[in-house]
Design a protein around this ligand. Structure first.
Ligand code: ADP
Ligand code: MG
Length: 712
């Protein structure tokens, strides 16, 4: 990569910051040499990182209000100034520093629950204090708890500009950050990465001017525009950020394209026989997507395609046909799934389709016995295995493929970032020599989490995207009901009735994030309750702690229709396909996220029987939970659900913010800044073609070490 990351300027930063702590709003900092590490935890490694650490919001410290007026600002922070009239350490109800100040209009009590000895000296009687916080009405009149404060001399000038408030972290207070940023601004190279010509054409403000303005907004600034981030200075930052993202992803894509791939040119005997034996006809959407995939596989550079399709839209068959093309062309194909249950189901389904046609299908997961694993690996290494199905153990273990032509990743959003990175890297390193040429396999990624267009354009800019936007015919839409859990008995009655009609039931146990043990307990309890309530039915139980073989046994029995109702944890969330199941009960539905509910509900409605999903909730419901359940009741369209999910949660969480770490956009808002995304995308293409030096400079400035993550 062209990006040469500057060494962390930790010593500079720490030295610069050390002096800033004395009048801090918080107690004095720990030893200075640790500051670099603390800043690093905020993702601030270089001077430019600091310079681009832009304010989260601004505080208005340009005004002082009287203590009497501050008491009527109801929840808004106020800045007051007064002289200390009393300073005591109280011990009840707990140890705290209590300082009273007064101005002409009256007294104000300030309380500090954590304080240092030095603070009691600062607040000596007669000293003048400027304090900022929310006034509450305590037992002794107006008070502020933990206000930000400064000791000042009478007549000390007020700031004339808004005070920036930065995203801060433990042990890094605002004054320290401010000082570090001011110093970093003296050292960085301000050269604009975009030429004056581009700025004119795109109507963008210069970089340096924009950054300086955001750190130190002038007095006469349009405050609303600053706060809403619609000010031209913010626009420049958002554009730069989006441009960096586009450049990084597109460049990664070009790098992959520059590698060779073996063309998989034969759509031959296997492909044809497979299509002929399918018990159904492909939908128009499946045919269109299949054509897109087939065309990619004819190329001599690696395919990087994301296949999106709602739950139940029939992605597996398209994947199997892609695999058939690889095998017809004399190559191996791999299909990976995020869970054992799903991998197992794929294995059986696909082996069921392909083995009769003479294809060697091999199964590989982490839980295989040593001997079986060695055998599987040998078959893969010798090339005897043509289609390999398994879990990510496939990528973790050292598996050597003889002639790997195609990698298929099912439910790719479920793989963690690290695994996805490993996957993409494996594509690059697992080069196969064919006729002396070094090639990498084609990749097909499948996802049932539909991603709204703007998100796809930004986060998957390096992938081609195909969409199956149609469900197979003959499905009746799932009817969803939201039911208070006090009506459990009625629900159990419905389970009974459904079973007597020969239909099968999933009963999903509540998600208990804090404790897996508790979740397990709940599942076991529910199983016992249902067995007791419905003695004439066979009730199964499946959860994550079962041994793979036991899990398989239960799933098999359910698939064969020997179990009426299956009590399950979220292990059944993705991919599981038992068409005869047509009633889904989800307990404590209010604890699940929207996409998770949609995935779970997608386990029914797979056959022609009318399906029902019952969402049991415990009242009272919070606002967000209410919105979620209403959405589930109103629509079964995955894209619509995704759109609302995005609205409710914002893009960060939508994509799993914790997972993707640094990759998320800090400034741009994909809901409101869509036009910027388009502009950044267009410019990225031009720059990559015509201005490689600009690309390098821009990426170095904006991404530095973060680039690896963005590619995931
Ligand atoms: P998903 O896209 O959620 O992975 P699957 O591939 O599991 O969906 O397919 C869902 C169900 O629909 C499966 O039982 C599959 O055999 C069936 N199916 C797939 N394509 C068609 C089709 N064109 N017509 C009828 N049924 C289909
Ligand atoms: Mg699937």
């Amino acid at each position: 990569m062209p990006v040469s990351k500057k060494k962390p300027a930790s010593s500079d930063v720490a030295a610069a910051a050390a002096g800033g702590a004395s009048t801090a709003d918080k107690p004095a900092e720990k030893p200075a040499e640790k500051l670099g590490d603390k800043l690093a935890r905020l993702g601030l490694h270089t001077d430019m990182d600091l310079v681009l650490h832009l304010p989260l919001r601004y505080e208005d410290e340009t005004q002082i209000v009287s203590i009497a007026d501050a008491a009527f600002m109801f929840g808004r922070p106020a800045q007051v100034e007064g002289v200390v009239t009393a300073c005591t350490v109280q011990f009840r109800p707990r140890r705290q520093l209590v300082v009273t100040i007064a101005d002409d209009s009256g007294p104000l009590v300030m309380r500090f629950l954590n304080f240092y000895g030095s603070q009691t000296r600062q607040m000596a009687e007669g000293n003048r204090v400027r304090a900022r916080g929310e006034v509450r009405h305590g037992f002794f009149g107006a008070e502020m708890v933990h206000p930000a404060y400064k000791i000042v001399l009478e007549g000390a000038p007020l700031p004339t500009v808004l005070t920036p408030v930065y995203p801060a972290g433990e042990g890094v207070s605002q004054p320290i950050l401010r000082r570090a940023i001011v110093d970093a601004m003296k050292r960085v190279d301000w050269t604009d990465t975009l030429s004056a010509n581009w700025l004119r054409q795109l109507d963008l403000e210069p970089f340096e001017q924009s950054v300086r303005l955001l750190h130190n907004p002038p007095q006469d600034i349009d405050e609303a525009a600053l706060i809403e981030r619609s000010h031209p200075a913010w626009t420049r930052m958002k554009f730069d950020e989006l441009l960096a993202q586009q450049l990084s992803l597109k460049r990664a894509q070009l790098a992959r394209r520059a590698k060779g791939a073996a063309a998989l040119p034969k759509i031959g005997r296997l492909s044809k026989a497979f299509l002929a034996t399918l018990p159904f006809k492909l939908t128009a959407a499946q045919r269109r997507v299949l054509e897109e995939v087939r065309a990619d596989l004819l190329q001599t550079f690696p395919m990087q395609r994301l296949l999106q399709g709602d739950v139940g839209s029939g992605k597996t068959v398209v994947a199997a046909l892609a695999a058939a093309q690889a095998i017809d062309s004399g190559f191996q194909a791999v299909l990976m799934a995020p869970t054992e249950i799903l991998a197992d189901q794929h294995f059986r389904k696909i082996a069921g389709w392909m083995a009769p046609l003479g294809v060697q299908v091999v199964w590989l997961t982490g839980s295989l016995k040593k001997k079986d694993k060695t055998e599987a690996q040998a078959a893969i290494g010798s090339g005897q295995a043509q289609l390999i199905v398994g879990t990510h153990a496939l990528i973790q273990d050292a598996v050597q493929f003889a002639r790997l032509g195609l990698v298929i990743v099912d439910e790719q959003h479920r793989f963690g970032v690290g695994q996805r990175l490993a996957l993409r890297n494996k594509g690059l390193t697992d080069a196969v020599a064919t006729d002396g040429a070094v090639t990498v396999p084609h990749q097909l990624m499948m996802s049932a989490t539909p991603i709204p267009r703007t998100l796809a354009m930004t986060y998957y800019a390096d992938l081609e995207v195909s969409v199956i936007d149609q469900l197979p015919p003959g499905r009746t839409p799932i009817v969803t009901r939201v039911i208070d859990q006090t009506r459990r008995d009625e629900v159990i009655e419905r389970v009974h009735a459904a079973a007597l009609e020969g239909r099968q039931v999933y009963w999903v146990c509540p998600l208990i994030e804090e404790s897996e043990a508790l979740q397990l307990q709940t599942a076991t309890d529910t199983h016992a309750t249902l067995e007791a309530a419905l003695p004439d039915l066979r009730i199964g139980l499946v959860h994550g702690r079962l041994k793979p073989a036991a899990k398989q046994e239960v799933m098999d029995a359910f698939t064969r229709g020997e179990i009426h109702a299956l009590v399950a944890t979220t292990v059944i969330e993705v991919g599981v396909d038992v068409p005869n199941a047509s009633l889904m009960v989800i307990e404590h539905a209010e604890r699940f996220g929207l996409s998770q509910l949609h995935q779970l509900r997608g386990r029914v409605g797979r056959g022609s029987a009318a399906s029902v999903c019952l969402l049991l909730y415990q009242s009272p419901l919070g606002m967000v939970a209410k919105q979620r359940l209403a959405t589930m009741r109103e629509t079964t369209d995955g894209f619509e659900i995704a759109r609302r999910d995005l609205q409710i949660r914002g893009p960060g969480e939508f994509l799993g913010a914790r997972q993707s770490g640094q990759a998320l956009l800090r400034f741009a808002n994909l809901e409101t800044d869509q036009w910027l995304v388009e502009a950044a995308r267009t410019l990225a293409q031009t720059l990559l073609r015509d201005e490689p030096a600009t690309v390098d400079a821009h990426l170095a400035r904006w991404l530095g070490a973060r680039e690896e993550f963005l590619k995931v």
